[in-house]
Write a new protein. Structure first.
Lengths: 167, 113
């Protein structure tokens, strides 16, 4: 991936990520999140993870965000009215976040292995989906089955939760 | 100037920090939920970056480096679990909204000491 494209998509991801937090209107937040996920998918393409990039667009930017928008519109949420800002909460949250960023910066500055460029890949990576599939169904077959059961449980749970009255 | 692993890790960490700040600062439960998704995706980005960085040599293909697909499979699992989590979480939010007519976390304080 050329550095220009990396910076373009990384900036896009981060700016729209901030927009998710900063917007007062939930619909605007959700749409910003879609754009942020699309930028992230572009970064995945730059890392030669084509399958993951496609899944990111299909599942996250497609299915999950549609679900979010659907619920926002179902609940008919308006833009939040300005409430009095709890100063202690605000200061605490900002402080912890800034401390995290400072820590991250220190760790990355000392992480020398990460300062080397990405090693070149062979030509055979075009069959990306095939390789992911082989790993998924070969090495990680049991977790894959467990995930299937998890989704079944989640589906049943959602149906039970959505019933009119819980017994 | 070439891209290094640290570039991706920095973007991933900043994205995580943004999501974390959103969880701490916002009071709307749906926005908090979106910020959780942002944090999951930040983890995905660093996993994919590491998978690309830590190449594996395929023994039967000779000197033929490929990305370490274990990382990408883990990302696949994270996306699947996130999808299930979103479905259950949004169902809980809808049930909560029915009971309280609000998605503001400060209105939901029955368990508060």
């Amino acid at each position: 991936m050329s550095p220009f494209l990396f910076y373009l998509f990384a900036t896009m991801t981060l700016i729209f990520g901030v927009a998710v937090v900063a917007n007062r209107n939930p619909v605007a937040s959700a749409l910003s999140l879609v754009v942020s996920f699309l930028g992230l998918a572009a970064l995945f393409v730059g890392l030669d993870a084509y399958f993951i990039a496609v899944i990111q667009v299909l599942v996250y930017a497609g299915a999950i965000m549609v679900l979010f928008l659907f619920i926002i519109m179902l609940l008919d949420l308006k833009a939040e009215e300005r409430r009095k800002l709890n100063l202690v909460t605000f200061a605490g949250g900002s402080l912890v976040t800034l401390a995290f960023i400072a820590q991250l910066w220190q760790v990355l500055r000392k992480f020398e292995l990460g300062q080397t460029a990405f090693p070149p890949l062979s030509e055979r990576t075009v069959d990306d989906v095939q390789n992911v599939g082989k790993t998924l169904f070969g090495t990680h077959n049991l977790p894959f089955q467990v995930i299937g059961v998890l989704i079944l449980v989640a589906t049943i749970g959602v149906v039970v939760l959505s019933k009119r009255e819980l017994k | 100037m070439t891209l290094t692993l640290n570039h991706y890790l920095l973007v991933s960490g900043l994205l995580f920090a943004i999501g974390f700040a959103g969880v701490m600062l916002r009071r709307n439960i749906i926005i908090i939920f979106m910020c959780l998704e942002l944090m999951l995706n930040a983890a995905n980005l660093s996993l994919v970056a590491f998978s690309r960085f830590n190449l594996t040599l395929q023994p039967n293909l000779g000197p033929n480096p490929l990305p370490n697909y274990n990382g990408q499979v883990l990302v696949f699992f994270i996306i699947t679990v996130a999808a299930a989590e979103v479905a259950v979480g949004l169902a809980i939010i809808v049930a909560l909204f029915r009971a309280r007519q609000s998605t503001h976390v400060e209105d939901i304080n029955s368990l508060k000491f």
